[in-house]
Design a binder for this molecule. Structure first.
Ligand code: NAD
Length: 539
């Protein structure tokens, strides 16, 4: 369509029906299975991309390791300057890249541009950090001794990312990882290959211009059901030159790089975590959320209602931090729900590229299936459906093949702490489950009664509620907000969740400390060699 070709040609991505190379290791190549990039809004095939063959994947890993041995000795402030140049290159294409995110992932345009902006922001952060990734000097108990805690680069980091943030999640990892002196090898979601290609082109141009081997930021697009692969291919030969199937190639990524940063579902994260842990590699997991908003009696509803609406419906409910559970105090519940329902009723979906659109499509047919199953479960168990509950019909012709659903509000028949799957499972679709509470302690217990622990938010004007919420008897999630919705984090604070969300932290805060290896170095500058703890060992 002209809509798609304008965006692709602005980024120099060929629009002819040719197959694009999906591997970059200093050179572009690709001879594996062909993946299709499908527009979620229209169903059209945007491009065909050749994924990594097993041999190409192996070569990319070997080249990343070689690139790392060179890059690790580049001084950190110089690495920071390269990150700064990547920032400039991304910022100059912010609108075009943002439109591509919107076209291929399906999120609305301002969110697509916002994702690119997050990458720009984290580059700024990492550039500054490159001059501040300091160790410490620790007091020694021995005279004439110094102890230094020294951070050094870690190695090659495998970055496996999810479809819903096809740019920003890689950005969080790449910027910090580069500043820390590592090489990365990126395996994006198989349904967002164009975003990965476009970003890698920008990054590789900067690296090449600076004489840095491109495999410092390698890309291997690969796909299909890699989870199945992990289960099926048990006889992996780690020293091999080829793989028994494309799937075992992916396992090679999990085994080979020093560290793996995985963003995705709890189910796949559980497998990835075990594989990497089994070889004592470092693993950083950013998995699913099941985020609750609690509205206390004193809450300012004019703030809380639009925030819950955005949290539940924004990105068509496909953020890891989307609001999935809503706990309302009995005194405000009926007013809150009727105002929220009106907002839901006023919503019409549209082309995510059109600036007035607030509700875009789900990303894929698979996501439609997840929505359908969630609603079917609610119906079977006698939930009350207050809004939505079906795929969207009656759309304009161009969008009829798109993945559009009605955002749904339900009051399940069970209570939120009953371990019912309706409450305990992350459904990656715009479905909001509601329950009514009488005491804040009850709502906090419900908030904590699920396996996941990513984000949560309390709406209150009572200082006592806030104190309880952020303290030891409060929310157990990694992101704990007050009068701020569950979604929409800033890069400055470390981002991630507890419990089955995987305990990972990325982006700001102290997250960089995971991207380096730490050594405690004791240096003796005295004329004696005393042992620690006063031990005497002389014969
Ligand atoms: P997914 O788990 O299906 O896929 C994630 C990535 O893993 C993809 O690149 C996929 O190709 C790859 N993969 C699949 N099976 C694999 C295997 N066996 N071994 C190695 N890699 C494998 O997730 P998704 O559907 O793309 O994304 C949605 C999920 O991601 C949701 O659960 C969401 O909450 C989560 N998510 C979490 C965060 C966070 O920061 N906590 C951010 C974004 C998304």
């Amino acid at each position: 369509s002209t809509r798609a070709s304008a965006i692709l040609s602005a980024l120099d991505i060929p629009t002819d029906p040719i197959e694009l190379d999906g591997v970059y290791d200093g050179e572009w190549k690709g001879s594996g299975d062909v993946l299709e990039s499908i527009c979620p809004a229209t169903g059209e095939v945007l491009a065909r991309v050749k994924s990594a063959s097993p041999k190409e994947l192996h070569t990319a890993i070997v080249k990343s390791r070689e690139a790392y041995s060179q890059f690790k000795s580049v001084p950190a402030p110089r690495r920071g300057d390269i990150v700064r140049q990547i920032r400039e290159a991304l910022a100059s294409k912010r609108e075009e890249l943002g439109a591509l995110v919107s076209l291929e992932m399906g999120k609305i345009r301002t969110e697509g541009v916002g994702e690119v902006q997050e990458f720009v922001d984290i580059c700024d952060y990492a550039t500054g950090l490159s001059r501040m990734m300091n160790g410490r000097v620790v007091s020694s108990e021995r005279p004439g001794h110094s102890i230094l805690e020294v951070p050094n680069p870690l190695g090659v980091i495998g970055v496996l990312s999810a479809f819903n943030f096809p740019v920003a999640v890689y950005g969080w990892n790449l910027a910090i990882s580069l500043a820390a002196g590592n090489a990365t090898i990126w395996k994006p979601a198989p349904t967002t290959p164009l975003c990965a290609l476009a970003i890698t082109r920008v990054v590789s141009t900067v690296l090449e211009r600076n004489g840095i081997p491109g495999a410092v930021a390698a890309l291997v697009i690969g796909g299909r059901d890699a989870g199945e692969a992990l289960v099926q291919n048990k006889d992996i030969d780690l020293g091999m030159n080829g793989f028994s199937s494309p799937f075992s190639a992916l396992i090679f990524i999990l085994f080979h790089p020093t560290s793996v940063s995985f963003t995705g579902s709890e189910a796949v994260g559980r497998v990835v975590g075990k594989v990497v842990q089994a070889r004592f590699g470092k693993v950083l997991l950013e998995l699913g959320g099941n985020n609750a908003a609690i509205v206390a009696p004193s809450a300012d509803l004019t703030l809380a209602i639009p925030a819950v609406f955005f949290g539940a419906v924004g990105t068509a409910g496909q953020r890891c931090t989307s609001t999935r559970r809503l706990f309302l105090h009995r005194s405000i519940a009926s007013e809150f729900l009727s105002r929220l329902q009106s907002l839901y009723e006023s919503l019409t979906p549209g082309d995510p590229l059109v600036s007035s659109t607030l509700l875009g499509p789900l990303h894929s047919r698979a996501a439609m299936g997840i929505f359908g199953a969630a609603v079917a479960d609610l119906n079977h168990t006698g939930a009350e459906i207050l809004a939505g509950g079906s795929p969207w019909s009656g759309l304009e012709t161009a969008l009829r093949s798109g993945n559009y659903v009605q955002p749904t509000i339900a009051i399940p028949s069970s209570l939120p702490d009953t371990q019912d799957g309706i409450w305990t499972t992350e459904r990656f679709a715009p479905v909001l489950n509601v329950a009514i509470f009488d005491e804040l302690e009850e709502a906090i217990a419900w908030n904590n009664a699920v396996p996941q622990g990513l984000s949560s938010s309390l709406w209150t004007r009572d200082l006592r509620d806030m104190g309880k919420w952020i303290g030891p008897a409060g929310s157990d999630t990694g992101i704990v907000n007050v009068n701020v919705g569950t979604s929409g984090a800033e890069i400055g604070a470390a981002f991630g969740g507890n419990k089955s969300t995987g305990w990972g932290r990325e982006s700001g805060g102290d997250a960089w400390k995971q991207y380096v290896r730490w050594s405690a170095c004791t240096v003796n500058y005295s004329d004696a060699a005393p042992l620690a703890q006063g031990v005497s060992f002389t014969v």
